[in-house]
Design a protein around this ligand. Sequence first.
Ligand code: PEP
Length: 252
Amino acid sequence: MTPLIVGNWKMNMTISASASYVAELLPLLPAGADREIALAPSFTALQAVSSLLVGSPVRLAAQDLFWEDFGPYTGEVSPVMLQEIGVEYVLIGHSERRVHLWEDDPMIARKVRAALRAGIGPIVCVGEQQDARRAGRAASLVRAQVLAAYEDVPAEDVHRLAVAYEPIWAIGSGLPAAPEDAQEMHAAIRGALTGLFGAPGGEIRILYGGSVTPDNVDSLMARPGIDGVLAGGASLRAAEFARITSFLPGGK
Ligand code: PEP
């Protein structure tokens, strides 16, 4: 399985800042095809970043999409529009959207179907709040989020799916999950995916996200079952993100 490293810029960086970042990042990236790298800029910078990434190994990701292709949905962005500008992956159900924009599991499932219809690979974000973890409900909650997002996906699309395990208490807090705890949660997610899809569910990449930095990426990526990372804050600085993409293989 090729590891996938994604930088989620969230609501940061203007078009000009995005362009400077890409110019700084590209020469710093590791050579070789043993890992896949993607950037998720803001919607307004997607087109510019798309042009700047032509000929580079970096793929373009969006941070969200809407579940319809066209229509009276003021302010929303269509999967077809994203596909037209070269978007290959999309984050769906990020906890910041679940919390601030009330995205729920049925909406997330609709967005998954819309992404697949447009040929875009969904990266569904799942994760528990701290109180659920303390109550011993983290694994069951996250499994339920995965099942709700992916239960309707037809067999021919399974190879295009990914999951990002992002404990909410770890996002932006500087307190990442311990690698062994992340590994345990990834195993629970893997169980949900193979339960849904059989053997092909074993090939879906499961990324870890939540305060990933150049200092902890190697120990996370050394864990079996962690197939990549989704970095937020640390991806805003090109040199730091380049170091994250240069994680030491650790058996992968
Ligand atoms: C994220 O936004 O998906 C994320 C993991 O953020 P951070 O790396 O800043 O915790």
